[in-house]
Design a protein around this ligand. Sequence first.
Ligand code: ARG
Length: 463
Amino acid sequence: MSNQNSQILKNTNAQILDEFNASIMFDKELYAQDIRGSIAHSQMLAQQGILTSEEQKAIETGLLQVKEEIESGEFKFSLAYEDIHMAVETRLTEIIGEPGKRLHTARSRNDQVATDFRLYVQDKSLSIKEQLKELVETFVKVASKYTTTLIPGMTHLQHAQPLNFGFHLLAYANMFKRDYERFESSYDRNNYCPLGSAALAGTPHNIDRFASSEKLGFISPTLHAMDTVSDRDFALEILFNISTTMMHISRISEELILWSSYEFQFVRMSDEYATTSSIMPQKKNPDVPELLRGKTGRVYGNLISLLTVMKGLPLAYNKDTQEDKEGVFDSVKTVEISISILNEVIKTMIVNVEKMEQACKIGHLTATDLADYLVQKQNMPFRTAYYITKDVVALANNLNKDISELNINEIRSANDELKNVSEEIIMYLDLRNSMNARNSFGGTSSIQTENQIKYFEEWLEKR
Ligand code: ARG
């Protein structure tokens, strides 16, 4: 190989290595947290007499200028900086000179990145939580319009018992409320400040970690320096919280896809959220809920990736940990957009009440009510009532009717044990009565559903 060629190869290798090693292209997302952390750190250093107040002022003003340069797009992100922490510090020193070089006293990039990333995760936990609250509110509002609208409740995707549609929607309000609480509790659990842990063992400088922690809005400093610089549980928690939220989003999306199919026709997505086919002019496709369902996959992937990155790391910091960020950024963006889109889809969906109620007349949804009636009113053993009810179902099938449509003579003729049955049985087979009969706490009756809506309204008001 000629000298010139080997030089080119060396240069290329160096460039590839820089690219491989650097995180600046993605961790620039943390610029605001990095600057916030550095300002707090410099204030603490000045308070402790480690920096003069002039030095601290120069640092703070310089950092705010760097922030402005980044936000105006003026700042040139270069691979040479390696990561956002070096980029900010280097630019700061370019602007203010000597004091810039003092900022990193009593700090390592290990506690710096742990602080920045934790601040990011905490910020996002709060904003996602707010979005979830809005989503719960939407489900509750829409549910309150449909507390008497019948819809077939299903198990195994087979018609099972009549519900009201409001009750069905409130199942999702409950899921998203738990998601809200998960973000809240992980926020509380992780609200401790890594700054001052330094590289892994603390620092000989006379720092005040409690002061830095307070300035950054944490409850107090983390307890153990080495644990802190190698811990990424907080990132895993937000990835899990997002995964669970996306799983819930995916389930309602799946229902919306089914409900908007020709076979169901329970809902129609507003035109903005349905797309057309490039070849079939008659089609309206549920692309939006399909994408919500599909994006759940990448979010699960991000959780599994980081769990896998972390599983074999000896204490304390290892560069593997740099792989913690992209997945979190991606999951955060995905869940943010997904919640806001789902919110609109639910607000604007068009509900076909007639179709839902018609569908309840398929599948003898009130058969269990007949069996329960015989047990309650005629003291019949349940298994006997069960077989007698099967005869009524068979008769209804022969007559091409739903069990709720049989008249008293037809019911009496189905089985000898029924020949004297009271006419009131007709009431028990009525679909709406059946729904309202399930009046146990948490059940589907309109009364229970209204109660739950009240519960949610109070819950929302307190937040
Ligand atoms: N860019 C690094 C990361 O994201 C910052 C920490 C680097 N520390 C070190 N000792 N190399 O993890």
